[in-house]
Structures are given as structure tokens and as C-alpha cells.
Write a protein that binds this ligand. Sequence first.
Ligand code: NAD
Length: 331
Amino acid sequence: MGASFLITDSGIAAPALALLEGRQARLTFAGPHTTPTELLALCKRERFEAVISRTIRFWAEDIAASPALRVISKHGVGVDNIDVDAATKRGIPVMNAMGGNAQSVAEHAILLMLALTRKLIALDRSMRTGGWARPGHIAGELKGKKLGIVGLGNVGRALAAIAQGFGMPVAAYDPYVATALVPMGVRLVKDLDVLLADSDIVSLHCPLTGETRGMIGAGQFARLKPTALFVNTARGPVMDEAALLAALKGGRIAGAGLDVFTDEPTPKDNPLRDLPNVVSTPHIAGSTREAMDRVAVRAVENACAILDGTPYDPACLVNREALGRRREAAR
Ligand SMILES: NC(=O)c1ccc[n+]([C@@H]2O[C@H](COP(=O)([O-])OP(=O)(O)OC[C@H]3O[C@@H](n4cnc5c(N)ncnc54)[C@H](O)[C@@H]3O)[C@@H](O)[C@H]2O)c1
């Protein structure tokens, strides 16, 4: 009998399922509507050894209720739905499926930029209602527009490559990126305020951490050009939603493309939903068939590597300190 896996979603891509079936893993699925109480009860009953975590919160109480747990492997990138500190204290490695959805998210950021600059949504709406909004319609090109990327990781670098193909000058702010990873032609800017003031389009690609929560607020929106577009496919709480709303309504910035929100699903009456200068999507930037397959396989491989004690990409390990705790506990 294989190890017991919790998969916090209603399904997982076929290639990853095949891997799990190949090792006769016992699988329990907890869909997106599983309540915290139901999740806790499942953890107590099933004694999971591995968790493949997608969107629902896997918090300290769930970790405490899982005495056999040996790894938490994120189905995606961004572990803000996992209590990493609680896992670290127990010596449980938390793994990210690094890079698995980077191309999809980068393409989605470009999609939002194009939809905004070409006024796609208004044109499409007009076509559907019998309109022909051609007279007086003037849009803009991406070519020549300065792109400012906040967070030059896997997504940021994939975006830089696409944007350069469009002929956009690219600059980035990332206090932690290794110089060797900065792509050719991308200007690394040390001061976020300088990047914001200099860019025609700003796109967020940093993780949600204690440091980045609320990093883009009223002061930062005030630094943007009035013609600037703001794109967030990272995490909602990195930006201050009320400040963004005020900046958009007050004409402080020209538009926003949003895939992520402070609370998700964002309330039906969130005014950002129907501002004319906003294009939004429901946190699906990484949800392509290709990314889903890659991410699912990487998440399962990462979990299995920890369970089996075999090599893994160290860039995927979020909490290196957990390994020290494990060694201490084994002594
Ligand atoms: N919308 C979606 O569907 C979706 C899908 C995947 C990832 N994401 C989000 O995008 C984020 C980035 O993904 P990734 O794969 O590029 O991750 P990554 O870890 O490869 O890159 C994150 C980069 O952000 C940088 N960073 C950290 N703190 C920063 C700060 N204070 N200021 C500026 N940069 C900072 C890091 O140094 C790193 O280079 C994820 O953490 C996740 O929250 C969203």
C-alpha cells in the first residue's frame, strides 16, 4: 500500500494522476468548497503523509491534526495559502512547483495589457449589441511602451522575454534576484519608486509575503504616470485595492488589468469589476492545460522526492530550515 495523499482540489491532471496510481498512493480529494471544519476532520481521520495543496488554506490546525505528514507540495507557485511557519516548526518541507505556470501567467499579463491598450472589451461588447464603434476609435501599441516588472522570478523573466519580442523596453525591481538571472536587455532598478515613475505599464510578479503585503498603495499609485497601466497577476493583497480604486476613479492612472483580488472570490459588488478602465479575470492566469499538466506533475514529483528521499530541484524548497528540524528530530 502506497502513501496517503491529500489533494486539496477536486481533481489533478492525468499525467500526475498516473504517477500517483503508479505508486499505489491512497488519494483523498478535498474540493474547493470543503469547509475548514471538514478539512480538519479529514486530516484527523486519514493520517495524510503528503498534501498536494492547490487553493484552499492548509493552516496550522490542519498540520497539527496530521501527525504522519511529511511534505506539503504546492500545486502551483505562491504558498500564501499554507502555514509555512507551522510546517517548518514540525520539520515538514513545503515545496513550490517552480516555473510550471510561468509562461501561462506571463501570457495572461500580456493579454491584459493588450486588452487595455486595444480597448478590446468595449469593442467586443459593442459588436455583440449590433454596434460598429470604428469612427473615432484610436488605440495604442505595446511597442515602445516601457514595461516595469516588480519581481523578476520565473513569471517576471518569461514576461520580459515576451515583452522584448513586442519591442518594449523592460526594467525590473527585485531586491533578491541573482544578477546571473537578470535577462539580457532587462534594466534592474534598485528603487521601486524610480521604476514606478518611469514605466508606462507596471506588472506585479512578486510573491505575497509580510514584506510585499500592501507594497503598492496610494503613495505608489501617486508615483505612476497618469497614462500608466497597472497589471496584477501576482496576489491581490500586494496592492491596496481601495487605493487602486481611488487612483482609477480619480484619473491618477489610466487603467488596470487584474487577475487577483484581496478577497477571492471578490465580492459581486466590488466596484473594480465594472470600471470602464479595468479588465479583470477570476485568478486564472496560470490555468491553461499546459500549465496544469506541468504544475501537477511537478507538485507530485516534489512530494515523492521528499517521501522517497530522492533528489529534487532545491529552488522548489520553500523552507530550508525544515530540513534542519527534521535532522534534529531524527537524532
Ligand atoms: N494568477 C495566477 O494564476 C498565478 C499563478 C502563478 C503564480 N502567481 C503569483 O506570481 C508570483 C510569482 O510567481 P513566480 O513563479 O515568478 O515566482 P518566483 O519565486 O519564481 O519569483 C518571485 C520573484 O519575486 C521576487 N521578490 C520577492 N520579494 C520581492 C519584493 N519585495 N519586491 C520585488 N520582488 C520580490 C523574488 O526575488 C523572485 O525573483 C507567485 O508568488 C504567485 O503569488 C499567480
